[in-house]
Ligand binder design. Sequence first.
Ligand code: NAD
Length: 331
Amino acid sequence: MKRIVVAGAGGFIGGHLVKALVAHGYQVRGVDKKPLNQWYQVTEEADNLILDLMIKENCYQALNGYHEVFNLAADMGGMGFIETHKADCMLSVLINTHLLMAARDKGINRFFYASSACVYNATKQTDTDNPGLRESDAYPAMAEDGYGWEKLFSERMCRHFSEDYGIIVRVARFHNVYGPFGTYDGGREKAPAALCRKVIDAELGGVKDIVIWGDGLQTRSFMYIGDCIKGIQDIMYSNIEEPINLGSSEMVSINQLADMAEDIGGVKLDRLYDLSAPKGVRGRNSENTLIRHYLNWEPSTPLIDGLRQTYAWIREQMIVAKESKKPVRFN
Ligand code: NAD
């Protein structure tokens, strides 16, 4: 039976991935540095370990007796976090480096690395009308400062461990992922969850306005978590040897995203644009020719459908938190 380690299992995507792998019948070990009561989801059938994977010895311990690794562990968040925690983001290089060293020495045969659209050259993202970022647009390199450079460096480290030590490595560049069990407050949340939270605040509490970061014209695409989990597994077990986009190509402006959240909540709010807030690149979208070519598939859950599910889940959490007068999220 396959024995698989998921690093970052206490996080948003890791929690969903552990659940999916256990459902396939695999033996799964989930590892995260957070205490178990702070994991977004805990799958009881998995072997859940609390270890700081920046520390080399812990990576060796985590991989002992296992065959495959999905590395989703990183210190990360939305724009509000990565623009203000560049050093913390770069320190995640220790996690991937030590996991690769342990993978080499422990005979791991397949290794997945979660990279990001933040590796793409910033000069290709200056227009809201982005035609979609192709995999080749990462070079010449001008990645997102901090977080993006760490991802790009770690991608290359994966490549060289594959070339020099024969580990099969797969790298996916995720474009914004959203869905139930994601962060929606506390400073690490991303736009879809943040806007849902603000609209729910208005819906439940009678607030009449909503703060939008930037002028709202900046564009992005957002991938539903279900598509992300399918894509991760399909890429891991494919023959795709180069980093590949894993993202939706349904590009919307942040204003359009806010419109959708308002439609779901049945409210219309006055928009206050905070032009001094972190806003990231002007336009970003995923170009999916390569993934269609290899997998005959691409992430395609319509944003409005995924957002409806996300909104419902966040609303439920906020009502519980309100009733118990304590936050249900920890970071
Ligand atoms: P997340 O923050 O919810 O999960 C990451 C997990 O890693 C957290 O639970 C955290 O505690 C854990 N972690 C951090 N440092 C650790 C350490 N030293 N040892 C052990 N565990 C540690 O993030 P996510 O949204 O689930 O993202 C998963 C991966 O996907 C990350 O590598 C991220 O950079 C990448 N990614 C995510 C998105 C997105 O939109 N969510 C976009 C691009 C790339």
